[in-house]
Design a binder for this molecule. Structure first.
Ligand SMILES: [Zn+2]
Length: 456
């Protein structure tokens, strides 16, 4: 808010309403505050936004009136394909001329608004006589004000970068565009909204913009990127190669569109498997699953609805997910693979979606895959019909929505370099998928479903 404040000024393009509509609304609000005797409405000028770092957004406005200012309130909306989430903040005011300022915390236990998110806002200033004025709605893209960001757009994808990192930004941009197109073809869907990709020079620079995770986990897993909301990617690992990190994360954008419905979401194994399958190369995940196969140390698919939280198991988890997805596409074909996503989106639990389209449940698929890699089938006892939402996880939501459905937890993949005696970190293609803002209705539906069952 002190230094870096200038850098923290971001586009707050006034848009939405045409000038005619603004004039009309202005005239109406003028009439509304003129109950009889004339007193001029207050003025709200110099509306600005400062984002000194990724932890907060400060909204400012100058309010002046013929009478003392009684209130200055900024109403904001965090825009998301899952549904906008709004709120309002009231500034401390006194006197006829007020420089009002309020700060929205963006990375707390209750609320995480990732950088790259678009936010609209408008100030309403009211004086002691009840006369008020509302500024036109402005839109800003939330970015870390410690850096000087530049951006460019290709098709529906915008990329943001700073500090001479344009070449990497181009790689991330082109990889995102290509991966979205590839996965749209694979899964037979279109991503119906614009996507923003924020590119840092390195993991350290990006740290403050990430949702905080358990420290031990952080130390042991190298994370290269994250899909932080349905339409925003964070990319920050030059070691892993921006291309495959971007291809992976862009894959998550499409899996969400293809497979996450209002009542169901994809289990992590098919979500992550498809994202690794979207990479040009699975990198270190391939030797990891090959070693696990050799040692007969693979995991029952049914136990892979949520990502592992054991850093040493991350590469195997991603590798098995990838290998399973590749097996499905190669064995059953792309049409059936896409149809499985559609069934989940339409509300089927994963076992039902698999049975309907390829004739096996998760255990049957796991055994078919085991046989394909030279392992013996396992005789699993029958599983009661699932009534749960596979992969659904309680996750922090922006703006205090208590919890809701997201596609997967914000767990990282990639080379787990801290394993004692483990292999050197080679392919740090690493990767995570994060929850984003979700429609309140979905959250409520989730609660309703959760009430109706005991255990996932
Ligand atoms: Zn992922």
């Amino acid at each position: 808010m002190i230094e870096g404040a200038r850098a923290g000024f971001f586009r707050h393009a006034f848009r939405g309403l045409g000038p005619g509509a603004v004039a009309l609304i202005g005239a109406l609000s003028f009439l509304m505050v003129q109950p009889g005797v004339a007193h001029a409405a207050p003025q709200a000028t110099n509306a600005t936004v400062e984002t000194p770092d990724p932890a907060s957004i400060t909204f400012k406005v100058r309010a002046t009136g013929d009478a003392d200012i009684a209130s200055a309130i900024v109403n904001y909306k965090v825009l998301s394909p899952d549904g906008n989430v709004g709120g309002s903040l009231r500034a401390e005011v006194s006197g006829r001329t007020v420089d009002a300022s309020v700060t929205l915390q963006t990375n707390t236990n209750e609320r995480y608004i990732p950088t790259g998110t678009q936010i609209t806002y408008a100030w309403t200033v009211t004086d002691k006589n009840g006369a008020s004025v509302t500024t036109p709605e402005a839109t800003m893209t939330f970015l870390d004000g410690r850096y000087q960001w530049q951006s460019k757009k290709r098709g529906q994808v915008s990329v943001y970068w700073y500090g001479g990192n344009e070449a990497n930004a181009d790689v991330a941009l082109n990889a995102t565009v290509a991966s979205i197109a590839d996965n749209e073809t694979l899964l037979k869907v279109k991503v119906p909204y614009d996507v923003r990709v924020v590119v840092w020079r390195n993991t350290n620079d990006a740290k403050a913009a990430q949702r905080s995770r358990a420290a031990t986990f952080d130390q042991q897993v190298i994370t290269g990127g994250s899909r932080v909301s349905p339409d925003v990617l964070h990319i920050y690992d030059p070691l892993g190669g921006f291309e495959d990190v971007a291809r992976h994360e862009a894959g998550h954008i499409v899996t969400k569109v293809a497979g996450d419905g209002p009542f169901t979401s994809l289990p992590s194994w098919i979500d992550e498997g498809t994202a690794v399958y979207a990479q040009k190369d699975p990198g270190g995940y391939r030797p990891a699953i090959e070693r696990a196969i050799k040692a007969d140390g693979t995991t029952r698919l049914r136990s892979m609805a949520a990502p592992t939280n054991q850093p040493g198991q991350v590469d195997i988890f991603y590798g098995q997910s990838w290998s399973t997805v590749k097996f499905m596409v190669d064995t059953y074909g792309k049409d059936k693979f896409a149809a499985i996503f559609k069934s989940v989106k339409d509300g089927a639990p994963i076992d039902e979606a698999l049975e309907k389209n390829i004739g096996v449940d998760q255990d049957g698929l796991y055994n078919a895959w085991r046989k394909s890699v030279g392992l013996k089938a396992i005789d699993f006892p029958p599983v009661p019909k699932a009534t749960s939402i596979a992969g659904a996880q309680a996750t922090q939501q922006p703006l205090g929505i208590p919890t809701s459905v997201t596609s997967a937890e914000n767990t990282a993949g990639g080379a787990a370099g801290a394993q004692a005696g483990g292999p050197a970190v080679s392919s740090t293609t690493a990767i995570a998928v994060g929850g984003g803002a979700v429609v309140v209705a979905a959250a409520l539906a989730f609660f309703a479903l959760r009430l109706s069952r005991k255990k996932a």
